[in-house]
Design a protein around this ligand. Structure first.
Ligand code: G3P
Ligand code: CA
Length: 255
């Protein structure tokens, strides 16, 4: 199984941003199961460390927006997080969804019955002082995925510090340097992929070509609109990260 083995139609990969998060509460098992059913090539998730050192899939620093609780993720134990409802903010039909452990997401992807990748974004890199990256690599190593050999797991961050730490711990893992504002492009092997946001690409479409000229593969987030899919295809973007994996997958397959 290689990285290319799960390339999507037309060679463009579709990565489900926080799962099929347009339909389901982000980062929940339901969102990821839907994304797998929708034909996503890979699942994007943000990881944070709980107070007792468990890797959980949560985007925000606080639980307030996506749960019925209040507080800072890294100040709460896994047990406290697991007691919260991470579904009902999205509507009554999603009530009772629980916080997802990264390891459970990994098991879900591995059990998909086809190659489904994971694009793991590390959050709060400086605050946890490297513990998050170490725990991520430990979990991956437990599943034989820390050397990148299966091509299923990639790590992503806006932080050079986090990516360099990960590169030292697991040099074989493909790494994606996320870019919010125009910055100097990263170079392999520190990162082999660059991930600019769609706002940046709309403003500066030439950025994609400049990144590719440096030998980087390019993925763009978050691409939910047809015009943005078309723009990315014209520019030769390799991977689309989207909240709507089914629509984007179907659009690419029809095109
Ligand atoms: O996939 C990259 C994208 O997720 C980065 O932004 O804020 O959604 O984590 P954010
Ligand atoms: Ca993210």
């Amino acid at each position: 199984m290689t990285y290319q083995a799960f390339s999507g139609a037309r060679g463009v990969r579709v990565v489900a941003h926080r799962g099929a998060s347009h339909e389901h509460p982000e980062h929940t098992l339901a969102a990821y199961r839907q994304a797998i059913a929708d034909g996503a090539d890979a699942l994007e998730c943000d990881v944070r460390l709980s107070a007792d050192g468990r890797l959980v899939c949560v985007h925000d620093r606080r639980v307030d927006r996506t749960s019925d609780g209040r507080g800072i993720v890294s100040a709460m134990t896994y047990e406290q997080l697991a007691a919260l409802d991470f579904g009902s903010w999205k509507g009554d039909g999603h009530r009772g969804a629980q916080v997802l452990l990264f390891e459970d997401l990994l098991k879900e992807a591995l059990a998909a019955g086809r190659p489904v990748g994971l694009a793991v974004e590390t959050k709060h890199p400086t605050r946890a002082g490297g513990r998050l990256e170490a725990e991520l690599v430990r979990v991956l190593r437990d599943h034989g995925l820390a050397d990148g050999a299966e091509g299923l797991v990639e790590v992503m961050s806006f932080s050079r510090t986090a990516l360099m730490r990960l590169h030292r711990l697991a040099p074989g893992l493909p790494a994606v340097y996320l870019i919010e504002r125009a910055v100097r492009a990263p170079r392999p092997p520190f990162a082999g992929h660059a991930g600019p946001g769609i706002d940046l690409v709309r403003k500066d479409p030439g950025l994609v070509g400049r990144l590719k000229a440096k030998g980087l593969r390019v993925r763009v987030w978050t691409v939910d609109e047809v015009e943005d899919v078309e723009l990315c295809l014209r520019l030769g973007v390799d991977t689309l990260i989207t909240n709507r994996p089914r629509e984007v997958r179907e659009y690419l397959d029809r095109r």
